[in-house]
Ligand binder design. Structure first.
Ligand SMILES: NC(=O)c1ccc[n+]([C@@H]2O[C@H](COP(=O)([O-])OP(=O)(O)OC[C@H]3O[C@@H](n4cnc5c(N)ncnc54)[C@H](OP(=O)(O)O)[C@@H]3O)[C@@H](O)[C@H]2O)c1
Length: 242
């Protein structure tokens, strides 16, 4: 098999599902692969799409998934669309008083360590002699330079850690894959389970549906040249300062 494959890690998420739907319509990809812990009900395997079970915190899951993807074709788009802002044991902290070691560790694991393991297993599978893009969905609040409002310690810090992992991986990747691009992308505010408790004040013009957000993300990735590797980009293509 030598056709191009697009891979979305976080296939069960709001943005992840919309990315898969959009990539399926893109004839440049012979196959689209979705990875998540549980199969989304609408992701049925067929000649052009495959679902693989993977927990991003389990390196052996990722190793098996990377091997299965290699049998389907050449991964030229890999998008990490996993992440967490809140869970049963974690919610954005408004003050230092609210910090909790377990919640901080959970956020760092999902937002920074998981994507690092994905990069470890999927970047080496990308083509050395052709253009390709590996992107991790980050968040503008992970920008240290842009932090004027404070709060959200764990989420901000875990996304800042993710940004550093992406930047560092981009440098290493560019040595073996000079045409490869490895970036962090802020999708904007998107109506998904992740944002639902926090979007009350967001004006409708600044709140994207997952479908619109997926279109923005894919357009930004399509527009990146190898010189753009190691950067942090917003949904409209603007560079975000670290
Ligand atoms: N929505 C926004 O407004 C917004 C804004 C800025 C940045 N982002 C970023 O965009 C990305 C996607 O967010 P979203 O809004 O689409 O969130 P979402 O709907 O809550 O989806 C999150 C995804 O992460 C997956 N996930 C979490 N832990 C996992 C693990 N250990 N192994 C495998 N998958 C795991 C979830 O899978 P399960 O179903 O298995 O839990 C789900 O597929 C995140 O990185 C988020 O930080 C979103």
């Amino acid at each position: 098999m030598d056709g191009d494959v697009a891979i979305v890690i976080g296939a069960s998420g709001g943005i992840g599902r919309a990315l898969i739907a959009a990539l399926r319509l893109d004839q440049r990809y012979q196959h689209v692969v979705g990875l998540s812990r549980q199969r989304p009900p609408d992701l049925i395997d067929d000649a052009r799409q495959t679902w693989l079970e993977a927990n991003i915190l389990d390196a052996s899951n990722l190793q098996v998934a990377a091997r299965r993807v290699a049998a389907l074709g050449m991964p030229t788009r890999v998008i990490v669309a996993t992440g967490a802002l809140h869970s049963a044991g974690m919610s954005p902290e408004k003050s230092l008083r609210a910090l909790n070691a377990d919640a901080l560790a959970e956020g760092f694991a999902i937002n920074a360590i998981g994507p690092a393991l994905v990069a470890q297993h999927f970047l080496p599978a990308m083509p050395r002699d052709r253009a390709s893009v590996f992107a991790a969905l980050s968040a503008r609040v992970g920008s240290i330079a842009d932090n004027a409002a404070g709060g959200w310690y764990g989420y901000r810090a875990s996304k800042a850690a993710l940004n550093m992992i992406i930047r560092t991986a981009a440098i290493e990747h560019s040595r073996s894959n000079p045409l490869g691009v490895c970036v962090a992308v802020h999708p904007g505010t998107v109506a998904t389970p992740l944002s639902r408790p926090f979007i009350g004040q967001t004006p409708p013009s600044r709140l994207f549906t997952p479908q619109v957000a997926a279109g923005h993300i894919l357009r930004v990735l399509d527009g990146l040249s190898p010189e753009a590797t190691g950067g942090f980009y917003a949904w409209d293509g603007a560079t975000i300062p670290w």
